[in-house]
Design a protein around this ligand. Structure first.
Ligand SMILES: [Cu+2]
Length: 257
């Protein structure tokens, strides 16, 4: 009996410590990633002790009452009922407020960066409707099964590579030439659907030069699993020089740095 108890405790402790090891600090690659990771850790730090608390009560009850031949039902206990209702309400409020504070960020919900009438639900219907922004703007079109990016200021085009400057607010205006696609860049926590005949907006600020994989996250036909692109983050000087040198051409991304 004693050795079984010791095994259970050892298992619990090792499960908990490996979970905590997973939650070690990570360097976020973008503002979006920082916000979303921050929210996940915040919720995890609340969820872990609660889970442990419930597990311990469960184990305590199982051990203490396992040979009880005459179990009694729980009597009415208003104080206890008020306590668990209030505690649950506080936890739900905490989860709701934490989630809301991330959802309204202008990186996670780019329409929050716009004022009043400039905030349509579900994207803009035409190119002419797109509002002016202070961001570096890139137009990305998904089609079966490639991503094409154009950099309007310099009339540069890249295929399956999206080049963005580091440390600058970037808006990606997304559309599709055929069916619904979705641009998903896990490293940067950027994800936005692309619809034919509409323009949607993804927004980020990437912190470091580097390469990140982008995939299509909306099943779009037999080539869906191969619909990959690379997001190449370069420093702003390299970005400007690259645009200047390649004006009016279809080209490839510069080396990050
Ligand atoms: Cu697709």
């Amino acid at each position: 009996m004693r050795s079984r108890r010791r095994t259970i405790v050892t298992l619990l402790v090792s499960a908990l410590s490996s979970l905590l090891a997973l939650t070690g600090p990570v360097v976020a690659q973008s503002a979006n990633r920082e916000l979303i990771d921050g929210l996940e850790y915040q919720l995890l730090y609340v969820a872990l002790p609660l889970t442990l608390f419930v597990l311990l009560i469960l184990i305590y009850a199982a051990v203490k009452f396992h040979d009880n031949d005459d179990p009694q039902p729980t009597r009415e206990d208003p104080a206890l009922e008020i306590t668990w209702t209030a505690a649950t309400a506080i936890i739900l409020l905490f989860v709701g407020l934490s989630g809301y504070s991330v959802l309204v960020s202008p990186y996670v919900s780019p329409s929050q960066a716009l004022e009043g009438d400039d905030r349509p639900q579900g994207g803009f219907e035409s190119f002419e409707d797109l509002p002016e922004t202070d961001d570096e703007e890139i137009y990305v079109t998904g089609y079966q099964w490639e991503w094409q990016a154009t950099y309007p200021g310099a009339n540069v085009t890249t295929e399956d590579e999206i080049v963005i400057p580091a440390d600058e607010n970037v808006t990606i205006w997304l559309t599709s030439d055929d069916v619904i696609h979705s641009l998903f860049v896990p490293d940067l926590s950027v994800k936005q659907d692309a619809f034919p005949g509409r323009y949607t907006r993804a927004r980020t600020i990437a912190y470091e030069p580097g390469r990140h994989t982008a995939v299509c996250a909306e099943f779009c036909g037999p080539g869906h699993s191969r619909m990959e692109a690379e997001v190449v983050v370069v420093d702003p000087e390299t970005y400007d020089r690259w645009l200047e040198e390649n004006e009016g051409t279809v080209t490839t991304a510069p080396t990050p740095g």
